[in-house]
Write a protein that binds this ligand. Structure first.
Ligand code: URP
Ligand code: ZN
Ligand code: ZN
Length: 482
């Protein structure tokens, strides 16, 4: 099975150039002008189009059991929808219930994900702590290729990681060469504000952003960064939604800390007026955490992305239909948190990033695939059009356009936060493992074709950081000879 993409402009994170791309046996075999290829190779005409690495969405929640229900999008429907939008890899989350063995949860998620159409990998959440969690982190890194562990600093009484859990887990991650990641919101503050608002009879979705102010995110981002600084481990902050958290990341990076930030198209483009819409179904459909913010935060996030302070884009794809969201009709704190977007991320970012001049095509590749591949150690197998890389490719037509709508999207959810948005720049073809999975509007995703991706631990970056942290601590100073 071989395929040649002819006549396009290849775009990687570092440069663009005219070349054909020849794929066989699921990998890229040759990149160059006027390639001679064996007879019988399937031909994709990419004239006038860009040929880019398939998107990597490093933050999704397919079929997540959460807040008393289960996310409506499963691993097959979600990865198929992703490929309709040019994304060929997802990194989802194993989220053990408190007291559940990490390995048991991990096996459960692996089983659920067998139906994936695209390749996938997992971060594992640390929701509690004991010796078994310590041991299972080791097994996951050394045997299962998990190199990142997530900490929800919010969702008190459910999956929240308190300071002690973060301390233990960050230290363990450091010794294993794994990346700690955080959902940065102060869970105690959110919990108390929810109680206060409900006591004041503010029960509708307008209470959601009021209970989760930017300061609660800024505080948690700073706390996680300080833990990482003292322990000497890198840190990745998911779904940065506001200037308060971004400013903490900029300060940390300027101080030489290896801190990374992720931003969602929703936080770049949707603002908090949606929560004041009197239609409960509409407002509740936007309930996600952190919430959409006041417009003033959006320009700061765009600048953070352009400046390289934020390195990745994701969707936090976590879909709930109207009947599921209705669980919170009398109490906003019970509305299942989450919105979709895995199908729309690339087109929305191209439209509002590249077409506006904020991003170059190369920067688009960096923030939609290459940077995530580098940070989570999938590079250059993913995130690069180069010989030996997986043949996960999107052929991108910069002139194709459509209007986003829940009526026509492939995502298994009855709402779209980008409803009515005109996008220009769409995938004409998506290729996964060398096979066409999206051809000019026809979805050819194959249930179960996706492979689990192991991501090896890092060592060198960690050793350097450990040295810096040790040099900063008083004990290290005391121990210095002389
Ligand atoms: O509201 C959200 N984001 N739901 C999914 C879980 C999380 O916080 O990432
Ligand atoms: Zn989160
Ligand atoms: Zn999430």
């Amino acid at each position: 099975m071989s395929l040649i993409i002819r006549g396009g402009t290849v775009v990687n994170a570092d440069r663009q150039f005219r070349a054909d791309v020849y794929c066989a046996d699921g990998v890229i075999k040759a990149v160059g002008e006027n390639l001679d290829v064996p007879a019988g190779a399937q031909v994709v005409d990419a004239g006038g189009q860009y040929v880019m690495p398939g998107g990597i969405d490093p933050h999704t929640h397919m079929q997540l059991p959460f807040m008393g229900t289960v996310a409506s999008e499963d691993f097959y429907s979600g990865t198929a929808a992703a490929m309709a939008g040019g994304t060929t890899t997802i990194i989802d989350f194993v989220i053990p219930a408190p007291k559940q063995r990490l390995m048991d949860a991990y096996r459960q998620w692996r089983e659920w994900a067998e139906k994936s159409a695209s390749d996938y990998s997992f971060h594992v959440a640390i929701t509690w702590w004991d010796q078994s969690v310590h041991d299972d982190m080791g097994t996951l890194v050394r045997e299962e290729g998990v190199n990142s562990f997530k900490h929800f600093m919010a969702y008190k009484g459910a999956i929240m990681a308190d300071d002690e859990i973060m301390y233990q887990s960050f230290r363990r991650a450091l010794t294993l060469g794994a990346m700690p990641t955080v959902h940065a919101e102060n869970g105690e503050l959110v919990f108390q504000l929810q109680r206060k608002l409900l006591a004041e009879c503010i029960t509708g979705p307008e209470g959601h952003p009021l209970s989760r102010p930017p300061a609660a995110e800024g505080e948690a981002a700073n706390r996680a960064i300080r833990f990482a600084e003292v322990i000497g481990v890198p840190l990745y902050i998911v779904h940065v939604s506001c200037k308060d958290a971004l400013d903490e990341i900029i300060r940390a990076r300027n101080a030489g800390l290896r801190v990374y930030g992720e931003v969602l198209p929703g936080h770049l483009l949707v603002d908090d007026r949606v929560y004041r819409n009197p239609d409960f179904t509409f407002a509740a459909a936007h309930v996600m955490s952190p919430p959409f913010r006041a417009k003033s935060h959006q320009e700061a996030l765009w600048q953070g992305l352009q400046a390289g302070h934020l390195q990745t884009t994701a969707t936090d794809h976590c879909c709930f239909c109207a009947e599921q969201k209705a669980a919170g009709c009398d109490d906003f704190s019970k509305i299942p948190n989450g919105c979709g977007g895995v199908e729309d991320r690339m087109a929305v970012l191209w439209t509002h990033g590249v077409n506006t001049g904020r991003l170059t095509p190369e920067e688009f590749v960096a923030i939609t695939s290459a940077n995530a591949a580098r940070i989570f150690n999938l590079y250059p197998r993913k995130g690069s059009i180069s010989v030996g890389a997986d043949a996960d490719i999107v052929v991108w037509d910069p002139n194709a356009s459509k209007t986003i709508s829940a009526k026509t999207h492939r995502q298994q959810v009855d709402f779209n936060i980008f409803e009515g948005m005109q996008v220009r720049g769409l995938p004409s073809h998506t290729i996964s493992q060398g096979k066409l999975t999206w051809v000019q509007g026809e979805l050819r995703a194959e249930r179960g074709a996706g492979r689990y991706l192991k991501r090896p631990a890092y060592t060198s970056a960690f050793a350097a950081l450990e040295k810096i942290a040790a040099a900063r601590t008083p004990t290290a100073v005391a121990r210095r000879p002389g």
